[in-house]
Design a protein around this ligand. Structure first.
Ligand SMILES: [Zn+2]
Ligand SMILES: [Zn+2]
Length: 161
């Protein structure tokens, strides 16, 4: 058996084991990893290298277990991402998978950078808080600006009401 076949087998065993341990969710391979509360399905990216695939699968499983359905603001989304990684790391330990902290911080940094860009007042460069899912208002100079509700095509809905 060559190395590739062996690692595929280990990976398939891992996915099968997770699916057995969490029978309340459906697991399926797909182009984009995500968690869909609507169909109760966790999609993992089967084109990824084994390690990232496992990380991604554990991360989406964590979103599912935390019942992440929607979020009201960019900051809340960032918080949910951090929570999901924390739980993913905990679940990973059960399967002897150590989530690399650098990988987690890289993923969170993507969100932090995004939040940083969106929250900066275009007029005075002050960083301010969001008024609602699509609006920021600067407390310093009064400028208001709109942001798109969906940046990462998040699987769970952004609540606008
Ligand atoms: Zn996530
Ligand atoms: Zn301003």
């Amino acid at each position: 058996m060559d190395a590739m076949t062996t690692s595929n087998k280990i990976l398939n065993n891992f996915i099968a084991q997770i699916a057995r341990d969490y029978p309340q969710f459906k697991f399926q391979p797909g182009a984009q990893e995500h968690w869909s509360p609507r169909t109760n399905t966790i999609t993992y990216k089967d084109s990824e290298p084994a390690e990232e695939l496992r990380y991604g699968l554990l991360h989406e499983l964590a979103h599912a277990l935390l019942d992440h359905n929607n979020y009201q603001s960019d900051f809340e989304l960032l918080k949910m991402e951090a929570e999901a990684w924390r739980l993913a790391a905990k679940i990973g330990r059960k399967y002897k998978i150590k989530l690399d902290d650098g990988h987690i911080q890289d993923c969170l940094d993507t969100y932090r950078d995004w939040l940083h860009r969106r929250s900066k007042c275009p007029a005075c460069e002050m960083h301010v808080l969001q008024v609602n899912p699509v609006t920021y208002k600067c407390f310093n100079c009064g400028t208001e600006w709109q942001v798109s509700a969906r940046r990462f095509a998040r699987p769970y809905r952004l609540k606008t009401t």
